[in-house]
Write a protein that binds this ligand. Sequence first.
Ligand code: UN1
Length: 513
Amino acid sequence: QAVVAEIKTRLGIKDSNPAYSTGLTWGGAGNKHFKTIYSPVDGQAIASVNLATPEDYEQVVKTAQLAFEQWRQVPAPKRGDIVRQYGNKLRLYKDVLGKLVSYEMGKIYQEGLGEVQEMIDICDFAVGLSRQLHGFTMHSERPGHRMYEQYHALGIVGVISAFNFPVAVWSWNAMLAAVCGDVCIWKPSEKTPLTAIACQHILKEVLLANDLPEGIFNLIIGDAEIGALMAADARVPLVSATGSTRMGKKVGAAVGARLGRALLELGGNNAIILTEHAHLDMALRAVVFGAVGTCGQRCTSTRRLIIHEAIYNEVKERLLKIYPNLPIGNPLSDTVLVGPLIDQDAVSSFQKALEKVQQEGGTLLTGGEVLVGESYETGTYVTPALVEAENTYHTVQEETFAPILYLIKYTGDVEKAIALQNGVRQGLSSAIFSNHLGQTETFLSAWGSDCGIANVNIGTSGAEIGGAFGGEKETGGGRESGSDAWKVYMRRQTNTINFSRELPLAQGIKFDF
Ligand code: UN1
């Protein structure tokens, strides 16, 4: 509660239970439906927000449309300057925003700070990008002709974000979209609206200081109904959605039905391969951070450990020494490494998965309990689980958003391990630990990992923002964040200019009259 009070004071937030914000104006406070937000950390009610109505949504879209008319005419480097100012504000609020992320979502404070740092990093990246929205020039086959391509602002970008990275993933989208000349409508997870409201307040300071119109950065707090409206709305040319594969299939279908663009970042079922040439001390650090960091609730969390038989027992024994000693508790405490799961539903998915995998033949080696007693009253604290399993088990094939690590043994060469790693429907992140060049290069080759992210001697989670982030297969195929991910936020136009006095046709076609 002290955290919420601190951020409210520092940002000047008053209790008005908003359902939406167009940047300068907060609205929807009088709606009939409101939702109370409870912290997974201590179960305290930390806020109550209204859920936006379809009328609220309409209001937001109209404001965004108007803002787009202006924003797309602002030169990109000037748009970058606004993003730079936002990044600088985030630096000032990093500690308190990091704490709020931790308190509202449950990840440890270090990871809360990391999430805000990720926002700052993408702001810096976007500022540089604002002078580098490059297109190619080509040589025309016709004399006295010039060809080039340019990228123009697309329009309204809908951003649907998940509870686990309540602010960073939005910022990947919103900051790139902003320099690209787009305006955003952000629908955060209903489970974590407070961090979104805090970010919107920080944005407001920047908008006011620069005399910008409202509607460039919009926030709408709503349930699936609002997400569905956005997905079906032809006024929203791009919808970027992060979350479960189930949600992504719905959004992708609705956006596809109107031939809009969907950028999907969905479930992962990420594996680390440990070959007989792995540096085990290093590998185990990565495995444990990947499996229990954010309490197993990252899209990039390590869910499967594919271990060569020669080192299987050693790995298992070493993990069995580490797991029971992991400090679990209040994520704001310095000594804790594992915070709570987001809510009771997440706890029951965790328990069900463990029950089911054991029915399928898996062996629960450690963990899997729900902690009770003092400071665990919320029922959201669990002990991370290690399970010996087969890759083919139904449970192992699914993404359970919880700290369960499946240990899978392989025999033979690295191709066997790669086949197991690729043998799931998801394709987000993957990693190999090995100091054998042939093994690591095979893993990175066209016949290696089929994931969007493939790492060597680094775990599956904790990607830097400079690379494109996303994955294949049921992960949805979208790419966000760094590299040239910005291109999806713009429309490409090819231009051919004739500065000769003739009108030759391409392909040498004769058409004389
Ligand atoms: C997510 O879980 O949706 O690579 C994003 C990572 C973080 C981002 C995760 N940088 O683990």
